[in-house]
Design a protein around this ligand. Structure first.
Ligand code: 5AD
Ligand code: SF4
Length: 452
């Protein structure tokens, strides 16, 4: 056995929640690799397990405690030789509670402190009890991320912005992720280049408020998202660019225009609106009304007629009447969404709406049911609308069955294509011959016409 192999420790990371967490987990693995941690698929036999958590809704938190319960048993079976760390937004918001309710957890680290993980692990080895680091440091987290972050796959995620200053009445993000901060453009472009060199053809730019991006440009000026996207689209070999998640108020003119002029920008936008009632939008502190959302959608469609939208909705926010909910249904029907996520309002401790009189659970259930039925209908209709069309799709790898390749349309739809040879990384024209609720079946039209 070599010294290298003897020193290798096994690290298992389980990620809950958003793409931002998926990205952060990969960065934590990058950070710990140089000090001997190699990632493994299963927690059994691991020297360290990390649960990267999400705090956005109540049920997410309960999931954390049941997962930790399972790992506690495993830790006992391994004679205590397993360090358990909790990271992410539950760590940030509930650090002390977590340490009390799950004292077998060795380390609790908030999203602003990941760069300190190696020293925190050392501290946890020295100490009994839970080591907690949930400080918001004055320095920017982006300054500490390793510069040589590893490439991901054909579709890669790149974090460019963190945090949120918007303080929607229902949301914990401003408290758990802190104020908005943007990564310098040069660092984003450098990482994108490494991703493309490693095989990425599509990059999704991530941020809690990604279109509020205002990073320092190499020219010393502050760059908005439109400027950054323009720069990224000059990278040869990068074919597709997306960004998520956006706020309607940050859909600046240049970004809307870019959807019409930049063919690398995909015709699909996730733009959460949350409600169609102006009264509830005001109560939510969204600082936009339904008309403003409609105007943005119209302008996006004028710039890029084939653009499709996805969104987030909350039903049962305090104060929501039947009329308010009807306004949400009206907005949904008028807009038409290719995809949407909808949730029952769940009170999050410390947020303004949590202290208000709450809507009955049964009412929330009924509204969610009605909303989801309509959103599902729209999703199926959107998939059906692609039947018979020829679309460019990006091949991401072999399909589940032999002779099948997996691909993605520009609208994020999974597309299965019957084909025996591997086409990973290529963009080909495919005719859609079958539409399923969650995927499409396609036939390769012209193998010679590959865009990349
Ligand atoms: N209750 C229900 N849904 C919520 N979301 C955020 N906070 C809450 C909450 N307290 C939803 C919003 C947001 C998405 C990521 O999660 O719709 O856009
Ligand atoms: Fe939360 Fe998004 Fe509102 Fe920010 S803009 S507070 S992340 S819902």
């Amino acid at each position: 056995m070599t010294a290298q192999a003897r020193n290798t420790r096994k690290l298992h990371i389980l990620t809950h929640g958003c793409q931002m967490n998926v990205y952060d987990s990969a960065r934590m693995a990058d950070l710990l690799r140089p000090i001997g941690y190699e990632t493994v698929e299963a927690p059994e036999g691991a020297d360290m397990v990390i649960l990267n958590t999400c705090h956005i809704r109540e049920r997410a938190e309960e999931k954390v405690f049941s997962q930790l319960g399972r790992w506690r048993k495993l830790k006992e079976e391994q004679g205590g030789r397993m360090m358990i760390a909790v990271t992410g937004c539950v760590a940030q918001a509930e650090g002390e509670v977590l340490a009390k309710r799950a004292p077998f957890v060795d380390l609790v680290v908030g999203p602003q402190a990941y760069h300190r993980l190696p020293e925190l692990i050392a501290a946890a080895h020295r100490k009994t009890g839970t080591v907690i680091d949930t400080d918001f440091p004055a320095e920017q987290k982006f300054d500490f991320l390793p510069d040589d972050a590893a490439p991901q796959g054909v579709v890669s995620f790149l974090s460019i912005q963190e945090g949120c200053d918007k303080f929607c009445s229902f949301c914990v993000v401003p408290y758990t992720r802190g104020a908005e901060s943007s990564r310098p453009a040069a660092s984003v472009v450098a990482e994108a280049r490494r991703m493309v060199a490693g095989g990425a053809r599509e990059i999704a730019l991530l941020g809690q408020n990604v279109n509020a991006y205002h990073g320092e440009g190499p020219d010393g000026k502050i760059w908005g998202l439109a400027r950054l996207v323009a720069e990224l689209s000059d990278i040869a070999g990068l074919e597709r660019i997306r960004y998520t998640t956006s706020h309607p108020n940050d859909m600046e003119d240049a970004l809307i225009a870019a959807h019409g002029t930049n063919p690398k920008l995909m015709p699909f936008l996730h733009l959460p609106v949350q409600s169609g009632s102006d009264k509830i939008l005001r109560a939510m502190n969204r600082k936009h009304d339904a008309a403003k959302f409609h105007r943005i959608v119209e302008r996006l469609k004028a710039a890029r007629p084939d653009i499709a939208l996805s969104s987030d909705f909350i039903v049962g926010h305090p104060g929501e009447t039947d009329e308010d909910f009807a306004a949400t249904m009206k907005l949904v029907k008028e807009t038409g969404f290719a995809l949407a996520y909808s949730f029952k309002y769940s009170p999050r401790p410390g947020t303004p709406a949590a202290g208000l009189p709450q809507i009955e659970e049964a009412v929330k259930d009924a509204r969610l049911y009605e909303l989801q039925a309509e959103l599902r209908r729209q999703q199926y209709a959107f998939n059906d609308s692609k039947l018979g069309q020829t679309l460019p799709v990006l091949f991401t790898g072999p399909g589940r069955h032999a002779n099948q390749q997996a691909a993605r349309s520009g609208y994020m739809q999974p597309v299965v294509v019957e084909h025996s040879t591997d086409l990973t990384g290529q963009i080909c024209e495919v005719e859609i011959i079958q539409s399923n609720p969650n995927s499409l079946l396609g036939r390769l039209v012209d193998k010679e016409k590959r865009a990349a």
